[in-house]
Design a protein around this ligand. Structure first.
Ligand code: NAD
Length: 271
């Protein structure tokens, strides 16, 4: 069901790789709610070719950008402004990648070249996007920026590896940049801390099946899926949440504040 929550709004969506991607669902949902969007992803993701399907569905241009490149991000905002004839009202940052995770190097044996690369892509990229947007005055007043995070920023989940540090910095950037962008342009910036979700990035984490099942049992409402995440993100892009900024918002069925559930107690007792 659509409510026209984003009617007349324009936005940029980073990170839709395939139908399972959280960003894919947000793009569909934003389009359904009346927004016009530009889709972007890395040149590697574009070569995989699936994004064109979404672009057609949402009637959106695709502008490639590697988030580690200033030049690419500058070009993305410049072209988006041209396309829309002005600034945007929302930006979704839905990007994450750890080479240490991919290569199976445990946290205590990380390769720092990999760590730097993963940090650049997963955390610093939010700062880069915001800095360039501010410089180009590319986000309209009362615009909304959302980046996706995970609770490993606050608590230890061993196989999440260096992504835990990346998420802690990502949330910190949202808070700090939220202060400056708020005072200068009334732009709001938040992170949404999402339940484990079956996507390409999610499934790359070692032991993901155990991880997602545990979270399901530990959440009073169960895990939030990607469609539900998209619903939530759309409300944050809408005018109904204008005074929410610099927050890390848990979208996790209650997992973050649950000590233990009856389901987990019963499972432990049967061992
Ligand atoms: N899946 C989960 O369990 C889960 C849980 C909480 C938070 N998140 C976060 O959600 C976000 C989206 O991930 P997802 O689960 O939808 O997986 P996904 O693999 O579909 O999305 C990750 C995206 O990052 C993009 N990316 C990687 N390197 C890039 C670069 N250099 N430049 C531009 N884009 C680049 C990929 O192309 C891809 O589209 C990530 O920040 C992830 O950490 C995921």
């Amino acid at each position: 069901m659509a409510y026209n929550l984003l009617k007349g709004k324009k936005g940029i969506i980073f990170g839709a790789l395939n139908e399972a991607s959280i960003a894919w669902k947000v793009a569909q949902r934003a389009h359904e709610e009346g927004a016009e969007i530009v889709l972007t992803n890395s040149p590697l993701a574009l070569r995989m070719g699936e994004l064109n399907k979404l672009a057609e569905e949402c009637n959106a241009p695709v502008i490639g950008a590697d988030v580690t490149s200033n030049e690419d991000i500058e070009n993305l905002f410049a072209k988006s402004k041209e396309h829309f004839g002005g600034g945007v009202d929302f930006v979704l940052h839905s990007i994450g990648m750890s080479i240490n995770v991919r290569k199976g190097l445990p946290y205590y044996e990380n390769n720092y070249e990999f760590t730097h690369k993963g940090f650049d892509i997963s955390a610093l990229s939010l700062h880069r996007v915001l800095q360039i947007a501010l410089k180009q005055d590319a986000i309209n007043e009362w615009g909304s920026v959302v980046a996706l995070s995970y609770i490993a920023a606050q608590r230890v989940f061993p196989d999440y590896n260096d992504m835990a540090d990346n998420k802690a910095v990502l949330e910190s950037i949202a808070r700090n940049f939220g202060y400056y962008y708020g005072t200068k342009k009334k732009v709001r910036i938040n992170t949404v801390s999402q339940s484990p979700t079956r996507t390409t990035a999610g499934s790359g984490v070692k032991g993901f099946d155990g991880f997602i099942n545990y979270a399901e049992k530990m959440s009073p409402l169960g895990n939030a899926n990607a469609d539900q995440c998209a619903d939530y993100v759309v409300t944050l892009f809408s005018d109904l949440t204008k005074m929410v900024t610099m927050q890390n918002l848990f979208h996790d069925g209650g997992f973050s504040f649950t000590g233990v559930t009856q389901a987990v107690i019963e499972q432990m007792a049967s061992e």
